[in-house]
Design a protein around this ligand. Structure first.
Ligand SMILES: C[S@@+](CC[C@H](N)C(=O)[O-])C[C@H]1O[C@@H](n2cnc3c(N)ncnc32)[C@H](O)[C@@H]1O
Length: 216
């Protein structure tokens, strides 16, 4: 079973219980992420949209497309969109973030709420984000991301196998994103912001260099 198939299977089981467990915990992060995206405006792609907990927070001026590999999670996102009459949600589609079915330079903002750290090949997904975002755009990653001191790294590594089995991630260091930026030179880290007082969740904003970088 590939990593993506495993995620699909795990989130099939998470779907009925996801909202009661996560809605409150993630509310602040979802709201802030959508506000930052909204300030940048325009066409937004939300990767790993899940049950759509973040969708009601995007300003009405944004036109949002959400994608996810889990049909069961997406069904709930569709129900939420209808329930809240979210006219700015243009479509919710089954799609794997490793192979985005959009032309280059399609979106002003690509958001990845609580998904990049779970994904099989984050480097591939970031490359796809850099391809579909417009040159002046923004890639926004909200997740449990740590700066990875030695003690913290030991604790995270201990819990990682259990977290993975639950479709979560215990260990994802900011340096992984920074190294990708260094290696690929498709985007740079513009800002890192704590989303809670403990700095448990972070918002990482990447600015792309534009698709000329992808072609060279
Ligand atoms: C922790 S949930 C986050 C859901 C939502 N973004 C939120 O913040 O509530 C992770 C979501 O990512 C989706 N996912 C996992 N791997 C994916 C992939 N390769 N492409 C697209 N979505 C994926 C899962 O199906 C799940 O809905």
């Amino acid at each position: 079973m590939s990593g993506t198939e495993r995620q699909r299977e795990i989130y099939r089981r998470w779907a009925p219980v996801y909202d009661p467990i996560y809605a409150r915990i993630l509310r602040r992060a979802h709201r802030h992420l959508a506000q930052v995206a909204g300030r940048h405006g325009g066409d937004v792609l939300e990767i790993g949209v899940g049950t759509g907990l973040g969708l009601p927070y995007y300003p009405s001026a944004c036109r949002v497309i959400g994608i996810d590999v889990s049909r069961e999670m997406l069904e709930r996102a569709k129900a939420r969109t209808a329930r809240h009459c979210l006219r700015n949600v243009a479509s919710l589609q089954i799609m794997d973030a490793h192979h985005l079915d959009f032309p280059a330079d399609t979106f002003d903002v690509v958001t990845l709420p609580f998904v990049l750290t779970l994904i099989e090949a984050p480097d591939v997904v970031l490359r796809e984000c850099a391809r579909v975002v417009r040159p002046e755009g923004l890639i926004l990653i909200a997740s449990r991301i740590s700066r990875g001191g030695p003690l913290q790294t030991r604790v995270e590594r201990t819990f990682e196998p259990l977290a993975r089995r639950c479709g979560l991630s215990a260990a994802f260091h900011l340096s992984r994103i920074e190294s990708w930026c260094e290696a690929e030179r498709l985007a740079h880290v513009d800002q890192v912001e704590n989303l809670d007082l403990a700095g448990f969740f972070k918002l990482v904003a990447l600015r792309p260099f534009g698709n000329a970088a992808l072609r060279s």
